[in-house]
Design a protein around this ligand. Structure first.
Ligand code: SAH
Length: 217
């Protein structure tokens, strides 16, 4: 059995990481506080414990990655999360991003297409602490029509296009943050759905994500 310990050393490294993210331009204190409260090393293999607080992505199982902390902060800040908002996340991965949203008081519905990762999240150590995260195994392109509409939608994989079904599942006035792939580089976009169902698009910085793929496996 793995022992989960959040030592003073971990907390110190985490503080440094949060400060460096702040220096890179993240200003939303609620995002920074949430990330300060979550031991990122719990989401990684114990072998990566000593580097868990470097600002970089790491491999998790199934050839997938836990996003870079700066990227998590960036996407979360763009979402402008408020407590009790219903958020749909595509790409659970390690569940770190879902936990940041949950820590901010959101109600999180997260979908993963890799069965192996979905099953691992059944052992999610924070299950009791965050009953506001609901895990689903499925294809994110389909969303979760049964639970729609959502206040916000977050895609954490490189999307080849804006999934129409996800736009449908967004509330009028709702926002979607999506890394949209253009020739192998992802441009961070924020989509705001209008009352009539059309949407506005804002474009932010470039990022690099693993691909959003169709179907389950
Ligand atoms: N949010 C994650 C980042 C994971 S990387 C974290 O905090 O760790 C992106 C994840 O998206 C991978 O686990 C990948 O399997 C998943 N993914 C890719 N395409 C998907 C799809 N169509 N539906 C659901 N998950 C998908």
């Amino acid at each position: 059995m793995r022992k989960y310990e959040d030592t003073y050393r971990h907390k110190g490294l985490r503080k440094k990481l949060i400060n460096s993210i702040k220096e890179k331009g993240i200003t939303d204190e609620r995002v920074l506080d949430a990330m300060m409260n979550i031991p990122r090393h719990f989401f990684l293999d114990t072998a990566l414990d000593h580097i868990a607080y470097e600002d970089r992505a790491f491999p998790i199982r199934e050839g997938q990655t836990i996003s870079q902390p700066y990227t998590v902060a960036y996407q979360t800040q763009l979402l402008e999360i408020k407590p009790y908002e219903k958020i749909l996340e595509i790409g659970t991965g390690s569940a770190y991003q879902a936990t940041v949203l949950a820590e901010m008081g959101a109600i999180v519905f997260t979908i993963e297409r890799k069965k192996g990762l979905f099953d691992l999240n059944k052992e999610f150590i924070f299950r009791k602490k965050y009953p506001n995260i609901k895990f689903f195994y499925g294809d994110g392109f389909e969303g979760l029509p049964t639970f729609a509409p959502f206040d916000k939608i977050l895609i954490t994989a490189a999307a080849p296009f804006i999934p129409p079904k996800l736009i449908e599942q967004l509330k009028p006035g709702g926002k979607m943050v999506i890394p949209l792939d253009e020739d192998g580089i992802q441009k961070m976009k924020r989509i705001t759905k209008n009352e009539e169902g059309s949407y506005n698009e804002e474009t932010f910085s470039n990022f690099s994500f693993v691909p959003m793929l169709k179907g389950k496996n």
